[in-house]
Design a protein around this ligand. Structure first.
Ligand code: AMP
Length: 418
C-alpha cells in the first residue's frame, strides 16, 4: 500500500522544522492578540462554491467533492477563510464583539498537478481579522507575516502588494479591461472565453501562456480606484514604509479567489524557483455578508507551510533537531531496572532522557548516545550498583564524574537545569 498521488507522510525525522515554525507562529500571533480556532476539514460544497467563486480554478477543477451516504454534497476544505467565516457567522461571534483575530494551522486539499512544492494535501498557517476596515490592519498582517518569515531565517523576501478596489470602483475597471480585451478575445484560452462573460477579472489570474501574452499592457486596478480605496491603499503603503517592510506594488497581482477587495499581497521568495509565493493574503470585505452574516469587513492571509519548510530546509545553518539531555547506558538486567525507573522519572521532570533496553554492548550504546547527540551519558553496570556510584560522562568535554545513587534523579535534574 502506498499514499495516494499528491499526498505524503511527514516523518519524525522531518518534524522538528514543522514544530519550530508552528511554535514561532503561535507565539507571534498570540502576542499580536490573535486566538487559535480549529474547524472541520469537511464542509458543505456550497460554502466553497459560493465564497471562492464558481468560475475559479479551485471550484471548477480542484476540489475533492463527494456525495455522502445521505446524498449531501461535501468537500474537503481547499482553504480556510470560507470555513472561518462560516464559524464566525454560525456562532454569532459578531454579536458580542465583531472585531476578532484568529489563527489556524492545518491541512487543505486541492487536486492540482503534483510537483515540487505543490501537493494535493498541503498545510497552511492562516490568520484572519474580522470587523475592522482600517488600513492599519492590512499593514499589521503584512508586517506580522514578514516578521515571522524573517524570524525563521528566510532571506530574499519581497512583499508584492496591490489594491483590487471595491464594488464601487470595480465596474469602471471591468469596463476598461473589457475594452482592452476587445480585439484580443480570440487569443484567450477556452476557460477565459467563458470568464469574459461570467467574471472578466478572473482572466487576469489565468496561468495559460496565451492569456499571459494577451494581457500584456492590460489596465491596472490601481489606476481605477475610487477615492476611498485610493486613500486606504496609500495608508497601507505609508505605514509599511514606516515599519521598514520591503514591498513593491505589483499591479498584475489579483490572487486566485473571487472574494478579494482592496489590499491583496503575496510574499515571494526566489529559493524555490517557479513556485515562488510562500504566502498570500487579502481583504474580503463582502464575504461575511455574502455568506449570510451581517456586513463585516475582513482580511487574512495563508502561508504555504510545505513550501516554507522546503525553503527553510535549504538554509543549512539551522538545526532544529531536539537532542536528549541525557542518555542512560545500562549494562545487565539490574541496571536496566534502574535505567527504566530513572528515565521515566527524569522525563516527567522535563529532562529529555533516552535509553535502550535491547541488551546491547557498552560500545554499541555509546555509539547510539553519540548519534543522538546526547549532552550527558550515565553509565550503569553491576559494579556501579554495588558501589552505589554511577558514572556520568559529559560528551562534549569527555569529563567523567561520579554521582551517588540515593538521590540520583533529583541531583541529575538539578545539575541539568542549572
Ligand atoms: P492560496 O490559498 O491559493 O492563496 O495559497 C496560499 C499559499 O498556500 C500559497 O502561497 C502557497 O504557498 C500555498 N499553496 C497553495 N496551494 C498549494 C499546494 N497545492 N501545495 C502546496 N502549497 C500550496
Amino acid at each position: 500500500m502506498q499514499t495516494i498521488r499528491g499526498f505524503r507522510d511527514i516523518l519524525p525525522e522531518q518534524i522538528a522544522l514543522w514544530q519550530k515554525v508552528e511554535q514561532e507562529a503561535a507565539a507571534l500571533f498570540e502576542s499580536f492578540g490573535y486566538r487559535e480556532i480549529r474547524i472541520p476539514i469537511i464542509e458543505k460544497t456550497a460554502l466553497f462554491a459560493r465564497s471562492i467563486g464558481e468560475t475559479t480554478d479551485i471550484v471548477e477543477k480542484e476540489m475533492y467533492t463527494f456525495e455522502d451516504r445521505k446524498g449531501d454534497m461535501l468537500t474537503l476544505r481547499p482553504e480556510a477563510t470560507a470555513s472561518i467565516c462560516r464559524a464566525y457567522i454560525q456562532h454569532k461571534m459578531y454579536a458580542a464583539e465583531p472585531f476578532r483575530k484568529f489563527y489556524l494551522t492545518g491541512p487543505m486539499f486541492r487536486r492540482e498537478r503534483p510537483q515540487k512544492g505543490r501537493y494535493r494535501q498541503f498545510y497552511q498557517i492562516d490568520a484572519e481579522v474580522f470587523g475592522i476596515d482600517s488600513p492599519y490592519i492590512d499593514s499589521e498582517l503584512i508586517f506580522l507575516l514578514h516578521t515571522l518569515l524573517h524570524r525563521l531565517g528566510l532571506a530574499g523576501l519581497s512583499a508584492h502588494i496591490n489594491s483590487l478596489g471595491c464594488p464601487d470602483c470595480r465596474p469602471d475597471f471591468q469596463k476598461a479591461l473589457l475594452n482592452f480585451l476587445g480585439d484580443r478575445k480570440d487569443k484567450l484560452c477556452e476557460n477565459c472565453q467563458r470568464r469574459l462573460v461570467k467574471n472578466p477579472l478572473r482572466i487576469l489570474d489565468c496561468k495559460a501562456q496565451t492569456c499571459r501574452q494577451a494581457l500584456e499592457g492590460a489596465p491596472a486596478t490601481v489606476d481605477h480606484l475610487c477615492p476611498d480605496c485610493r486613500t486606504h491603499f496609500e495608508t497601507v503603503k505609508n505605514s509599511l514604509e514606516k515599519l521598514g517592510v520591503d514591498f513593491m506594488v505589483d499591479d498584475t497581482l489579483v490572487r486566485g479567489l473571487d472574494y478579494y477587495t482592496r489590499t491583496a499581497w503575496e510574499i515571494q521568495t526566489t529559493t524555490l524557483g517557479a513556485q515562488s509565493a510562500v504566502a498570500g493574503g487579502g481583504r474580503y470585505d463582502r464575504l461575511v455578508e455574502e455568506l449570510g452574516g451581517p456586513s463585516t469587513p475582513a482580511i487574512g492571509f495563508a502561508i504555504g507551510f510545505d513550501r516554507l519548510v522546503e525553503v527553510l530546509e535549504q538554509l543549512d545553518d539551522q538545526t532544529y533537531e531536539k537532542r536528549p539531555d541525557i542518555f542512560i547506558v545500562s549494562l545487565g538486567a539490574d541496571a536496566q531496572k534502574y535505567a527504566f525507573e530513572w528515565s521515566c522519572k527524569l522525563n516527567t521532570m522535563g529532562i529529555r532522557t533516552d535509553t535502550d533496553f535491547r541488551g546491547k554492548s557498552m560500545k554499541a550504546l555509546m555509539k547510539r548516545a553519540n548519534k543522538l547527540n546526547a549532552a550527558l551519558v550515565l553509565i550503569v553496570g553491576d559494579n556501579e550498583l554495588t558501589q552505589k556510584k554511577i558514572v556520568l560522562r559529559n560528551m562534549e568535554t569527555k569529563e567523567q564524574t561520579e554521582i551517588g545513587i540515593e538521590n540520583l534523579v533529583n541531583d541529575l535534574a538539578q545539575l541539568i537545569k542549572n
